[in-house]
Each structure stands twice: as C-alpha cells, then as structure tokens.
Design a binder for this molecule. Sequence first.
Ligand SMILES: *Cc1c(COP(=O)(O)O)cnc(C)c1O
Length: 575
Amino acid sequence: MSKASPQPVSQPQAPTSDATAIASAETILKIFTVPEAPNSTLGQIEQKLSQDLAGFLRDNIVALEKPLSDIEADFNDHSIPTRPRFVSDYVDDIMHTLVAQSVHTASPSFIGHMTSALPHFVLPLSKIMVALNQNLVKIETSKAFTPLERQVLGMMHHLVYQQAPQFYAEFQHQADTALGAFCSGGTLANITALWIARNNLLKAQGEFKGVSRHGLAKALRHYGFDDIAILVSERSHYSLGKAADLLGIGRDNIISIATDCHNKVDVAQMRAKAQELQVRNIRVMAIVGVAGTTETGNIDDLTALATLAKELHCHFHVDAAWGGATLLSSQYRHLLRGIELADSVTIDAHKQMYVPMGAGMVLFKDPTACSAIVHHAEYILRKGSKDLGSQTLEGSRPGMALQVHACLQIIGQQGYEILINRSINNARAFAEKIANHPDFELTSAPELCLLTYRYVPALVKHALAHAKIHNDDASLEQLNSLLDDLCQHMQKTQREMGKSFVSRTRIPLASFTQAKSALRKSVVFRVVLANPLTTLDILDAVLIEQAHIAANELDIMPQLLALSQRTIAANSCSK
Ligand SMILES: *Cc1c(COP(=O)(O)O)cnc(C)c1O
C-alpha cells in the first residue's frame, strides 16, 4: 500500500490479547452470526477496508517495484495454521502482503489487457452476491436469480440476434430451452459452443446413441468419417485448442487458416482447406470466426464465413469474447455485421462490458440447441425443471449474472455507446500519433480499441526500407531481430518502472519481402484501451516514457544503429 497504510482497528470482542486464540465452539460459531454493523468489530474492519481499497484504487501507478521472489517469501508457509486468527489481524497482514503488491489494473496508464477498471457501483453490489450465496445450478438454491440470469441471456441474445418480442416472450423463461449459457468466461463459453456443435454433428441415429453416450471412436465409425476438424483463423484464441483437446477432437484437428494483411481470416483459403478435408473424408464440424482477435483486435468477415458454414453444413461459431460489446454502440455495431448469422456467439461481460471477472456467456441462435448437451439426474436435475445446471458445463455457480444485469441497467445502452465510442476514437487518435511519430511504427491499426506498434528509430526505418527494396533478407532479419530484443527490453523495463503498462505479443509484419513476411513473427507492443479514464495525454506520456527507455538503452540500441548505417551504405552504393 503506497499511500493508504492500513491501521488495525481495535478488537473489543477479542477473547485474549494474543494474536491467536485457541478455537472454541463459541468463537467459531460466532463467525456465522450476523454482526450488528456498523458498530461491530467486523463493521469497523469493513469500513477501514473500504477506505484502504479506495486508496489503492486511486493510486495512478501500475505496480510497486518489488521482485516476485520477495513477494513469494510472504507466502512460504506450507502448513495450515492450527489456531484461528482475528479477522482484523488477518486483514492487516493481507493488506501489506497481497493488496499492496497487486497490480493497479484500474490505473488509466494500465493499457495492456482486456480486463481492467470497473465502475465502482459493482463493489457494494458484489455484497448481494456473496451475502446471499445463491447457487445457480438449481432453482431451489437460487430462486429469483434464475429468472434474472435468463433475462440477462435474453437481453444479450436480443443484442446479437434481434428477434421479435414474441420470440423472447416464448423462450426467455421456457424450461428445456435456453437463449444461452452463462459461465465463468470466454474459455468456458467457447468449449460449450463446440460441445454443442460436436454433439449435434454426431447425434443419435438408429442403434447409435450419440457421441455423448458412445464416445468419439464409435461416433466416427457410425458416421463413417475418418476424422473431424474445426477451421479457425490463425489469430484465434488458444481456448479453442483447449476445447478441441477436451472434446476428444484433438488440438491438431483445429486447423488454422492464414489471415490477410488486415489480420482477417482468408475465407477463400478456408474454403479450399474444407474441400481438401472433404476429399480426405474429414468432416468439418465447425468453423469459428473471431470478432475482435486477442492479438490485433480485428474482426473476420462474418457474413462470408456464415455462407461457407452453410455450404459445409457445419456449425458456425463466432468468438466475440472481447469484441462483442461493440454491438452496444449504434455507431460501430456495423463492424460486426454477419454475427447474427452465427449458430452460437461468445461474449465476455468481464471485458468490454466492465463487469468484474467471472462473467462469460455463449448465446444460441436456436433456443433448443442446448438439448444437445442437456443432462438429467433424477435426484437433482429433473426433466422439465428450470434448473440451469442441466444446461451448463459448470455445476455450482455463483449469481454473477447480477453484475451483468446491474451494468446493463445502470450504464444502459446509451452509457455503453459513450464508453465504446470513446475507446475506439481514442485508439484511432493514438494510432495516428504513432503513425506520425518519427521513431515509432504502427504495426496494426485499430479496428476496435486494440492496436499494436513498436519502436523503430528513424534511422532504422530508413535502413529497413533500403533493405526491403534491395531484397536484402539477411539485413532485414538482423534488424528485425534486434528490434525484437529492443521491444522486449522496453516493455519489461516499463512494466518494472511501474508507472504504465502495455503488453507485448508477436505478430507477422509487412516489413519483410513477400515470401518471408508470413513466416516471421515480430515482437510488438499491444495496447488495449479498456479504461474510460485513459486520456490522450496519458497515452502521450506512455510514448515519451518508452522513447526515454530506448534512449538510455546501451546494448541493443548501439548495435541497431550501427547495423542500420551499414545496411544503408551497402544498399546504396551497390546494385
Ligand atoms: C479473452 C478471450 C477468450 C477467453 O476468455 P476468458 O474469459 O479469458 O476465458 C476467448 N476468445 C477471445 C477472442 C478472447 O478475447
């Protein structure tokens, strides 16, 4: 805690003055008794905690400079404490060892990740979720939370598919159908979508009881396929690989298709691949389009992918985990056109919808789609019941949908419109700034509010251009390799300095001669504008800090500049 340093509050109920006490039934049962806030000890602790957290959240740094190994020392004990501790005492400790050493993801200069700042009303609302501790697996442990979650799914379904009011009147609360599935995040949402696709393709037929009962080996034999595959963009999220692994399809059967120069999947290549697979008797189970890729934030041509899926009679899934929230902006919604043609769509509320982590959703165009994965257990999940547990991968599940519900009501479509447009407009302005900067290179323009760039001093840009014109692949490789090292060094140094944070990734760049550009991946900075309080001035300061780090770098920079001079000289006089 850099500013607000926590003070332990007095402990009027403390049975002894020791920091630990021997457990007694009385003291242990007491922790389950509703305290009389705000004057109870716990009430005071809570007030203090809220103040300290607010202090932490107000700090505009991204992290304290403390090596992870030092932090690990605070978490070395391997034995479970024998004696109970006082809450105040524990909180005091954890503020120093944990809270103070956390990442300030809410800082406006934390611009490297998809999850960051939250609206503050979610804090008091989270108390409802924790205090009531409802379990969405079953109506009898969740009651009103179930219709609330189904309403959230209905609203999100409408955002994507825009069906008529009668459709929602019929299906929003109907047992044995679902407009979607709520889950902990995009990974689970993608797994659920592909699970449905697999079970629908390899469904029961005659003697064969379906892949869900007989497994993949018998399913392939029954249907006479040599194998099944999923076609995706090479920029798709690694959660699809996990899904293929878990579903028995195999990671190698997730077939990556190259992207074009705008980082969108090449649909013609995907079609050609599908035809090749058909010849080899490999059935395409699903194609996946990405609406907002993790690395560059681009959106595939969803309409063209929908057409291809139709031709192939396969499931069409859109992974809009990050980009899906753009549908809330009437100005930019059109960027996702074609999403309404998808059989299923993943959207993470915990990314661009500013909901705390643990809020993912998959939406189904067809409300009966979930029947492919429905399971009933007589003792708990009976047919015809409205228990959500029969339609979800997870079992016990918290009432996180409340936070999505709250954000949709409190921020509203108009509020989201402001937030989303602002992020996209800021990203575009920042990209322009980078593109016009003599010492930076914009490596992918923002389609939404995600962009990548790298530091390339003017002299190096000049050398790259010379080498490219003269097909000097050796120099291009050497220059880019030094630029990779530099970018990595700069990103790490900036993070360690703790004032701002951008992430980094590796993507293929056009700064190579044609043949090699698709093969070589370069290190780039990655910026995701997720905090509404990030201003252009803050973004400017990030660039200034980066240029400063580069100017003080005494190993890679001199090599890079010397090599640039040699490259320019060699490619000017010869040829
Ligand atoms: C974040 C993301 C995921 C994974 O979602 P989690 O919530 O991290 O499980 C999947 N796909 C895309 C495109 C994402 O951006």
